[in-house]
Design a binder for this molecule. Structure first.
Ligand code: SAH
Length: 357
């Protein structure tokens, strides 16, 4: 079986449970074999078929002949003083993707990438600087999670939360992202509750509509960042395709259809996004929406001419939003010393490599 992205063997972690069960059935295997293989892959953390010692020898031989369990290749690892650890994985085609382990007192979160590079070009985000290369496969997404699951054990706290907030746009790689979500959520798979899985989007409306129909209770986060159409046009080119008002309408429809809240991500850039004008515009657009708004201080990227506001400015803006009834949290910047904002590790390392060659 050939991977559609290369001429190599198909990584078995691209199979959903149902696909694996159907495959094994066609091979004349008993149904419980799919459950056993899923347990080895996602609960016992096997990285080879040889380890799966409750499978019959012929089945192990068959799996080894037909499939692959690609090993991890870590190109770079950076550990921050606050424990945030960034991994840069190198894929078969030399693409590099980053994954972040974020340990806090109550939870251990992994931030996963969904694409190699990003095509959306937000004006403050390092992920888009080198352009878009390709979608990640389900197996490539899952492998990041399995690696962090293993790492988090070393920290003494099991992996509890998954956020699709690494490099790339999850809803632009919908099929692989959703397949990975279902494997993570599956009791026979990684077994993490849907409410502990967050998918974040820059505002790809067809993906939001599709997600509402999936019937899964995961969390949706919207990277809003602009306070009206004009400001969002400047900060996020995706807004030209999916304008601010249409996005807000899609969010209202999503909330109505799923009866779930949405988290909005809102970047704080000095004199741009945290002004009185911005607060007044948000008041208008958020009328009647019950939500949480995560305020994220701009994390400097040398390519962009943006500044982080002072603590006072940030808190003043937060208070303004609270006064008009928008519930906010001010995200504590984590892993600053390891360039933890989106795309920064990949970008920094690529740059260093470029300078060396
Ligand atoms: N493409 C998806 C997933 C990426 S999530 C999305 O846009 O939602 C990563 C989050 O970090 C996004 O909200 C993104 O806008 C934000 N981000 C990117 N660069 C940043 C920076 N320099 N400072 C602060 N936040 C940043």
């Amino acid at each position: 079986m050939i991977n559609k992205y290369s001429e190599e063997k198909f990584d078995i972690r691209n199979f959903s449970y149902e696909e694996l069960a159907a495959y094994l059935k066609a091979e004349g295997e008993r149904p419980f074999r799919a459950t056993q293989i899923f347990e080895w892959l996602y609960q016992k953390g096997a990285w080879s078929f040889d380890e799966m010692n409750n499978l019959s020898k012929p089945l192990r031989v068959l799996l080894t002949e037909r499939f692959i369990l690609k090993p991890r290749k870590i190109a770079e690892k950076q550990i921050s003083a606050d424990g945030t650890t960034k991994f840069l994985f190198e894929l078969d085609d030399q693409q590099r993707i980053e994954t972040v382990l974020i340990p806090t007192a109550k939870r251990t979160t992994v931030c996963v990438s969904t694409q190699a590079g990003c095509k959306f070009g937000c004006r403050f985000c390092a992920s888009g600087i080198g352009g878009w290369k390709r979608n990640l496969t389900t197996a490539e997404i899952i492998t990041q999670i399995l690696h962090i699951k293993e790492e988090s054990k070393k920290h003494g706290n099991p992996l509890s939360h998954i956020v699709y907030m690494g490099v790339g746009e999850p809803l632009d790689n919908f099929a692989h992202v959703m397949k990975s979500v279902r494997i993570i959520n599956d009791k026979k798979g990684v077994n993490i509750g849907a409410r502990r899985i967050t998918v974040s989007t820059c505002g790809v409306i067809p993906g939001i509509e599709q997600l509402a129909k999936e019937g899964i209770q995961i969390e949706l986060a919207i990277s809003l960042h602009g306070f009206d159409n004009a400001s969002r046009n400047v900060l996020m080119p995706v807004n030209r395709k999916y304008p601010f008002d249409d996005l807000m309408a899609a969010c209202r429809a999503y909330i109505k259809a799923t009866k779930r809240q949405i988290t909005f991500e809102y970047i704080l850039i000095k004199d741009v996004t945290c002004t009185e004008k911005a607060a007044a515009a948000l008041k208008k657009s958020f009328k009647g929406i019950i939500c949480k708004m995560n305020l994220i201080p701009y994390n400097p990227v040398s390519e962009f001419d943006c500044q982080t506001p002072s603590r006072n400015e940030m808190f003043a803006f937060k208070n303004q939003l609270e006064r008009i009834g928008i519930h906010t949290t001010l995200r504590a910047p984590r892993g600053k010393d390891v360039a933890a904002a989106c795309g920064q590790l990949r970008y920094t390392v690529d740059n260093v490599v470029r300078k060396m060659t």
